[in-house]
Design a protein around this ligand. Structure first.
Ligand SMILES: O=c1ccn([C@@H]2O[C@H](COP(=O)(O)OP(=O)(O)O[C@H]3O[C@H](CO)[C@@H](O)[C@H](O)[C@H]3O)[C@@H](O)[C@H]2O)c(=O)[nH]1
Ligand SMILES: O=P(O)(O)OC[C@H]1O[C@](O)(CO)[C@@H](O)[C@@H]1O
Length: 696
């Protein structure tokens, strides 16, 4: 397979990236280079070409006009010249897109065969890919890296003065993103926040086309890093007591990264200044005033704040650093019991958080964007509102004052961050590309339907999953689907991670959403008729208001809240659901309340539950009730298990499922997890065959 990656902005080269030399030379370049390196290891990938724009420059000694650069044995970087010869920031690149497309067309025409897939990185490349798609029907994948709507929203929320030119540039970028989202065959997001919140603000948002594959990082560089004399030489001249713990930030000095709030947090908290140093690594520069205006303005603001708070001797802000200094910078901070801080107004994902975690630094990060996912998965930090500098200072002091907590976070982060792995990313990425190119044809017609819960029903045993996949592949007209409390993206992520066959249908968010797999075998389409049906009797705001007064309920994280699902943690009292229903009824409100695992409590429209969604599907597909199998293990599976005649409870069940009323007909398997599912289906098939035999 030949994959062509398009990435137009910033200073892209094969090695020694000058991060921060321009506002657009940042994480997307690291992401891209590390992705293609991992991608090239797969023998199925025969060739990878990175295509960018050639430009002349006077701000760096590197030649960015050179037409071709070797990146690796299968990887080449091609630079295509456009009408204007000089460097252009991403806001001005749109003027060159037409001539870039013309140059790309000529390059394409000279290839012996068209590439198998295009992959566009960031809005401008997304627009180029959409135009190429219109001409050549080349399928393309889109990775936004940072979405314009989230940025605009954050700037507005922050009360920043948005000039007419900035607004126009953002609106153009958003229009490009809309076109890329509309025409891409597949969108790769890095986090649930990005897939479910950031993309959701777009008119062409189509959740079924988005897959979350978290990036990796060259973690070993950071896991094994040690402080170096070079880093000491960079930092120590700034600091009166370099041995003190440090708050460390590494980010391009763009407004979105909000480094000024970090300086304010430090400058205004005397206790923090007494306790720690502040280290800000914000790109590389020779003269501030020769940088792009946004970078120069932000650096001027930082210097002014440093001066106003008189932070000399307490803060380091080196002018230069080499790529190999970066792991050593984190290690230097770890050796002093430091903390990594990312106070961005919005961070789409945040590669620095992976790097810091691997280096063993606890995190204080913005609660807006990808850090939600990273901190939840790694359990090694706290999220803060990036507008509240006092909260940042308080959290830092609390962590510095609790060495055991610091230590736990450091250990947990180093361990958990290993899940962010480029090899695994590349495997899932290639699998999706292969399926897009050669769709798997589903057997028709569907004669029976198996709906399984995911967690602890399908998952829980790797051998069980292999057996299930092999068994399912041999089933003719049986369609397999899942019904889960997870969101659609979270469900797909766990299925892909666990290596479970792609379901034909996904009933997500406890029955609140239904998605069907498309003919391409990869993407899904949401059932909008089901959503419209749920809308009719759902008063979300009023229900949420009423429940906010119930002290035994604590809302789950914001990503668990869906349009048709409100999720809480309960105090475990089994009488709580009935009390909640009474509270709602007293206000003329109605909802379905589902309690599971003793602590999760989901409030759904009266017409939504796993069971109701399964029944809707059965009716739609005309499946006979004896040909519908459902399998589950816990409380939120109860209503579908009760309703289906072929009801399978896997041996490892919980929530006293079998003692619940209406479950006498269920079959409890001997085998646990996915093996139990196979056993259950076979059991009901044999039972059915015996009955037919008896009748005959
Ligand atoms: O002075 C600096 C500043 C940054 N970096 C490196 O540059 C990368 C920055 O990546 P990231 O923290 O992810 O931020 P962005 O540059 O803003 O990258 C964009 O693209 C990334 C990849 O998709 C996403 O993770 C981000 O959220 C998105 O804003 C990291 O490896 C840093 O170590 C340096 O080496 N030196
Ligand atoms: O701050 P913005 O405008 O969202 O842009 C994000 C920037 O981050 C990057 O990913 C940096 O690598 C670029 O693609 C882009 O210029």
């Amino acid at each position: 397979m030949h994959i062509v990656h398009l990435a137009l902005q910033g200073c892209l080269r094969s090695h020694d990236i000058e991060y921060g030399i321009t506002a657009d030379t940042g994480g997307h370049i690291r992401y891209l280079l590390e992705l293609v390196e991992a991608s090239a290891e797969d023998p199925a990938i025969t060739r990878i070409t990175l295509v960018t724009r050639a430009f002349e420059n006077d701000f760096s000694a590197i030649d960015y006009a050179c037409r071709e650069e070797y990146v690796g044995p299968k990887i080449t970087l091609i630079r295509l010249p456009t009408d204007q010869p000089g460097y252009l920031p991403k806001e001005a690149l749109w003027t060159e897109l037409s001539s870039f497309v013309t140059a790309f067309d000529a390059w394409l025409a000279a290839l012996p065969a068209p590439p198998d897939m295009l992959h566009a990185h960031y809005a401008d490349a997304g627009e180029v890919a959409a135009r190429l798609h219109a001409r050549h029907r080349l399928p393309f994948v889109f990775t936004a890296h940072s979405l314009g709507r989230s940025k605009l929203f954050c700037l507005e929320q922050n009360g920043s003065r948005i000039g007419a030119a900035t607004r126009a540039a953002l609106e153009r970028r958003i229009a490009f993103e809309e076109r890329a989202i509309e025409h891409a065959a597949l969108i790769i997001a890095s986090s649930r926040d990005e897939a479910e919140r950031q993309y959701a603000d777009y008119h062409h948002y189509d959740p079924g086309k988005i897959r979350i594959i978290a990036p990796g990082s060259h973690l070993t560089d950071f896991l094994d890093a040690e402080p170096t004399p070079a880093v000491e030489a960079l930092l120590h001249p700034f600091l009166r007591q370099p041995e003190k713990p440090a708050l460390l930030a590494i980010a391009r000095p763009v407004t979105r990264k909000n480094l000024a709030t970090l300086v304010r947090a430090f400058g205004e908290c005397a206790a923090l200044r007494a306790r720690a140093n502040l280290v800000i690594v914000a790109g590389v520069r020779d003269h501030i005033d020769t940088l792009e205006p946004e970078l120069a303005d932000n650096l001027h603001e930082l210097l002014t704040l440093i001066d106003d708070y008189d932070l000399y001797g307490h803060i380091a802000y080196p002018k230069h650093h080499a790529p190999e200094d970066v792991p050593a910078l984190y290690a230097w901070a770890r050796a002093r019991g430091g903390i990594f801080v990312n106070p961005a107004f919005n961070e789409p994902f945040g590669l620095t958080l992976l790097e810091a975690s691997a280096a063993g630094l606890p995190l204080i990060a913005t609660d807006s964007g990808g850090p939600n996912d990273i901190v939840e998965q790694c359990g090694n930090g706290v999220l803060i509102n990036p507008r509240h500098h006092q909260a940042l200072a308080q959290e830092a002091m609390a962590l510095f004052n609790d060495h055991d907590r610091w230590q736990q976070m450091a250990v947990r982060g180093r361990d958990a961050v290993r899940a962010f792995d480029w090899q695994r990313h590349a495997q899932r990425y290639h699998d999706l590309l292969t399926r897009l190119r050669r769709p798997v044809v589903d057997p028709k017609p569907i004669t029976s339907l198996l709906i399984c819960d995911i967690d602890n029903t399908l998952t829980g045993s790797a051998e069980g999953i292999s057996a299930f996949n092999a068994w399912y592949a041999a089933q003719g007209g049986l369609a397999f689907g899942v019904a889960t409390g997870r969101s659609f993206h979270s469900a797909l992520s766990i299925l892909e991670q666990a290596g479970i066959a792609y379901p034909r249908v996904i009933i997500a968010s406890v029955g609140a959403e239904v998605y069907y797999r498309q003919a391409d075998g990869v993407t899904y389409r949401q059932d909008t008729a089901w959503s419209a049906h749920l809308d009719s009797r759902w008063q979300r705001e009023a229900i949420q208001r009423a429940l906010s007064e119930i002290t035994e309920l604590t809302p789950q994280g914001s990503l668990e809240q869906r349009h048709h699902k409100l999720s809480y943690f309960s105090d475990g009292d089994s009488a709580l659901p009935d009390r909640l229903k009474a509270v709602l009824t007293a206000r003329g409100l109605k909802a379905n309340v589902i309690h599971s695992h003793g602590r999760y409590l989901d409030v759904l429209p009266l017409d939504a539950s796993k069971g109701l969604a399964v029944d809707y599907l059965r009716a739609q597909w005309g499946i006979a009730s004896e040909a519908l199998y459902v399998a589950g293990d816990s409380g939120n599976d109860l209503d579908m298990l009760r309703a289906a005649p072929c009801s399978i409870v896997v041996a490892n069940y919980s929530d006293d499922l079998l003692d619940a009323p209406g479950m006498a007909h269920a079959y409890c398997t001997q085998a646990a997890h996915a093996q139990g599912v196979i056993e259950g289906v076979e059991h009901f098939r044999q039972q059915h065959a015996r009955r037919l035999g008896d009748i005959a």
